[in-house]
Design a protein around this ligand. Structure first.
Ligand code: HEM
Length: 530
């Protein structure tokens, strides 16, 4: 035994004798995880969260969340002698006078963007593969909570420096709060400690941004990962993979090494972006003054869709009993996002109600094999994308020589017409892909080799798929429509309520699939009867 092994053994023994960790570690470090590149998306979210914590802690050493008025005396000349809040001055100080400060600010901001992008892409992976189905519904809801908190946390973060852009964003947030009927004005007064912008809000959101929300994040992410651990990770279907086993590699050493390496890759890419790609150059925006706004003000991308919805709303207001209800803010700012997020959270339950499927699922779906779900996802993405495009209407207008009105009307019409169109087209594509899979299984891959038969006919040689590939393309179940039974066992008419009718209708749409090849069909073809 080498000296190094002896020391490691002594340390391990010392810890084990006091904690009894060896047995637990032995069992858990050997836990098997399935492997697929798409399972790394959640990891990217996790690692960028760690980067956020580290870089954010650095920023707290110098950031001063105070609205006290100061005169800027730092080294950025264009703002010399300008009156501003201490918060803005300290953000400038970090950018220009703290060693490595600008890099850390940039890394922090890039990590936030990557964090949100990773969450969204991870969510899409989970959605399109059906990983949210029983028993993972609770983890899905936790995920939606994390997404919502991420949006709020990011928004609060870029509102802190009190530059012109952040103040403009806060003004919109305050307008959305005020649009709440009856309680809106009170909530706004309560949150801002009086009239907008006031002196209280930045210090308050600072505490929420660096303490409350990161704490909640830590707790929720821990529960999220414990559930992945406990429920086991789903796997893509393939030979030898069943609903009851997990095929993959052990955590130690394979995933420990992979995950450790991957963390540094994510950190490296974020640091590289922070170093070369300027982001949120607050010194160019200037301090916040409620009466000013610069052209081309853009929120971060994960808020852009919300801004886009608000920007496209027609100016509709109702005045009643001395109150004004601003539908143009209430609907796009609160009602639509409310419906979207509640719908997302409830989706696992809605789907299982439509399919009547209450079983556990550990094997993932190929998106084409669940056309309705895939089409719904693409429909929601199209909706969000159009809203996002309108969120950048001023930038698009100047870059493409269009008018704001043209983009607004495109968005207003597009947001109603294009999502349903996306649904129909995606569903058709899924069914075509199913048809292509069926052809592949029955007739093999086209090789491009043409041969002439003795009687002069030309045919293309098809190469048979491997049994593993055939299995992967045919192992899925195809849903059956739930029939609407309108008579009971005795033949007495039993008209069903609207719920049963809706369920039957949706489940019929869900069951629309191209019949996958049956074993008999495959056998017949294999026997050479074309
Ligand atoms: C802070 C944000 C998040 C972090 C750090 C995170 C992290 C992870 C990690 C590391 C995994 C295992 C690897 C993988 O499947 O990618 C995972 C699995 C999972 N996540 Fe997340 N996640 C986050 C947000 C979300 C969101 C927004 C959703 C959906 C609404 C979600 C739903 C799930 C589900 C259902 C699983 C189990 C997947 C399976 O077993 O196939 N997560 N998460």
């Amino acid at each position: 035994m080498s000296a190094r092994e002896r020391i490691a053994g002594t340390v391990a023994n010392y810890v084990d004798e006091r904690t009894g960790a060896a047995a637990w570690m032995k069992k858990n470090l050997q836990k098997v995880f399935p492997d697929h590149w798409s399972f790394m998306l959640g990891e990217i979210a996790l690692y960028s969260f760690v980067i956020l914590l580290l870089s954010g802690t650095f920023l707290t050493f110098w950031f001063d969340p105070s609205m006290r008025t100061v005169v800027y005396e730092g080294s950025y000349q264009p703002l010399k002698e300008v009156e501003m809040s201490a918060a803005y001055a300290s953000a400038l100080h970090i950018s220009f006078d703290v060693r490595g400060g600008l890099l850390m600010r940039q890394i922090h901001h890039w990590a936030a963007l990557i964090f949100m992008a990773a969450i969204v892409v991870h969510l899409l992976r989970v959605f399109f593969t059906g990983a949210f189905r029983k028993p993972r519904e609770f983890n899905w809801i936790l995920g939606i909570a994390l997404l919502t908190l991420g949006i709020v946390e990011g928004f609060l973060g870029y509102s802190l420096p009190d530059d012109l852009l952040s103040g403009t964003g806060l003004r919109i947030a305050q307008a959305i709060i005020q649009a709440l009927p009856v309680v809106g004005t009170y909530i706004s007064f309560f949150a801002f400690g009086g009239a907008f912008p006031g002196e209280a809000f930045i210090p308050r959101i600072y505490t929420v941004h660096i303490l409350l929300l990161p704490g909640i994040f830590l707790a929720l992410i821990t529960v999220h990962l414990m559930l992945v651990w406990y429920q086991k990770h789903t796997q893509y279907p393939g030979p030898g993979r069943t609903e009851k086993n997990v095929v993959g590699y052990p955590l130690m050493p394979v995933y420990m090494a992979k995950a450790g390496g991957f963390f540094f890759i994510v950190f490296g890419v974020t640091a590289f972006l922070g170093a070369v790609a300027s982001i949120n150059p607050i010194w160019l925006y200037g301090p916040y003054t409620p009466g000013q706004i610069s052209a081309g003000s853009q929120p971060d991308w994960y808020m852009g869709w919300l801004d886009g919805l608000v920007r496209m709303a027609p100016p509709i207001e109702t005045h009643a009993f001395g109150h004004t209800i601003s539908w143009n803010i209430l609907i796009p700012g609160l009602i639509i996002p409310g419906i979207l997020f509640t719908g997302m959270a409830l989706y696992p339950f809605i789907e299982s109600w439509i399919t009547g499927d209450k079983r556990e699922h550990h094997l993932l779906d190929r998106p084409r094999n669940v056309p309705n779900r895939t089409a719904l996802g693409v429909m929601a993405l199209t909706f969000t994308l159009i809203a996002l495009i309108n969120g950048g209407n001023d930038i698009i207008a100047t870059h493409f020589s269009l008018t704001i009105n043209q983009i607004m009307w495109f968005s207003r019409i597009g947001i109603i017409v294009l999502p349903p169109l996306a649904f129909v087209i995606t569903k058709r594509i899924c069914l075509s892909l199913q048809r292509a899979d069926r052809e592949l299984v029955l007739h093999g891959k086209e090789t491009g080799r043409l041969v002439m038969l003795p009687h002069g006919e030309f045919v293309e040689i098809h190469e048979e798929l491997t049994p593993a590939k055939k299995y992967a393309l045919t192992q899925h179940e195809q849903p059956k429509a739930i029939e609407l039974v309108t008579e009971d066992a005795q033949g007495v008419l039993n008209p069903k309520g609207i719920r049963a009718k809706l369920q039957a209708r949706f489940s019929a749409a869900n069951a629309e699939n191209i019949a996958k090849p049956t074993a008999a069909e495959v056998k017949e073809l294999e026997a050479g009867h074309h």
